[in-house]
Design a binder for this molecule. Sequence first.
Ligand SMILES: *Cc1c(COP(=O)(O)O)cnc(C)c1O
Length: 463
Amino acid sequence: MPESSEDLFAMYPLESGAPKNAFPKAEMFGPVAYQIVHDELLLDGVSRMNLATFCTTWVDDHARRLMAESLDKNIVDKDEYPQTAELEQRCVRMVAELWHAPDPGTTLGTSTTGSSEAAMLGGLAAKFRWRAKGGKGIPNFVCGPVQVCWEKFARYFDVEIRQVPLRGDRLTLRPDDIAEHCDENTIMVVPTFGQTFTGLFEDVAAISKALDELQERTGLDISIHVDAASGGFLAPFTAPELVWDFRLPRVKSINASGHKTGLAPLGSGWAIWREASDLPEELIFNVDYLGGNMATFNLNFSRPGGQVVTSYYQFIRLGRDGYTQVQSGLYGVAQHLAKGIAALGPFEIIHGGDPREGIAAVSWSLTDGQTYNLYDLSDRLRTRGWLVAAYPLPADRQEQTIMRVLVRHGFSHDMADLLLADMRRALGQLDRHPPSSSMTQEESGGFTHDAKPAVPAHPISFG
Ligand SMILES: *Cc1c(COP(=O)(O)O)cnc(C)c1O
């Protein structure tokens, strides 16, 4: 062991290199190990300049303190940590009320590790409901362009995904798309309320109406699960007149990511059912080996409790007024950015940050006939530290490339102006020095929403 008075960087193994491929035999001085890990993570970049992610990159000091204080709280251990469990139940009731569940006090819901787990639970509940109604054969669900979690759900749980291709100039799942894809084995339709690709909301009310008509015509009674990963904590505050939630009787379950617009730190999601009877009992396990008897219906057993604790903190700290103020501010920045981007060059805005049309984001495409593409622009912006995603639209519009910025809590008007200035600089460079051959998606960083097996493993599939 080195003397602690020696310079850290002169100590083993900082002078030779950290163990990488095999479990190391020898111990290491704590401060040295810390320095190694800390320094390596410098290369991760600045999360708040990552405009591709939907997830929380800024929390206040109180949330940080509560996270640290909750480090040892296991959410599943409701006997040992009854107050953490109590906060979870309060949050479930609050979110159920926010989404207009008929009886928020008695319905069922749970915190999850994110929307993906919540989506799996919602999908599994739909599968069990379908089976209880006599469903046989191979179950399927109908959706538009979805986040990869739904492709995972399909593959992991043997459910056929019927992803409606985008026809013509369509960007979302439309009500008139649905009927022809539904049959007696359709366990649910999944509209995305805040699409991953463009940020646009799918029209849940119109989709619900189309399913009413389908039922009148054929007798098929198909429920809706809304993937409101980002929209679930936006629209209730910034577009309360939009009807997308449990106000529609056909909506049986909803997921949202607490760690996106819910403003909680990473690792937080919610799955809420319309009524307790919409969550089949087979999914609920009662266990007694942690002390008292407790119900669990999560994919994981042990999970950290801090995400629920900080969610509750955010809910009571901000309330409806605070969330409205925070989220409206984000839309304001998004609209400012959209205006700036439209003025910068040959862009066509797809989603300009209207709170009635989508999440607090801007998405755009490049008009034809340019000497560079959006991957070139994305690559240029990286040299200034900005991560701005460029990727193709999903089937059948893959020929169209788009770019997207997520405006999240902590991304200010001033930061938007800095981004615009860097975009102007990048476009000037690309105009003066047109690339001899343009970037491909892989070369520019491999952003993708795609989960097709043919696509090699990419570092980011969007969360
Ligand atoms: C982010 C996202 C998901 C996945 O959520 P995680 O919280 O990252 O697991 C699912 N659906 C949509 C629409 C999303 O935006």
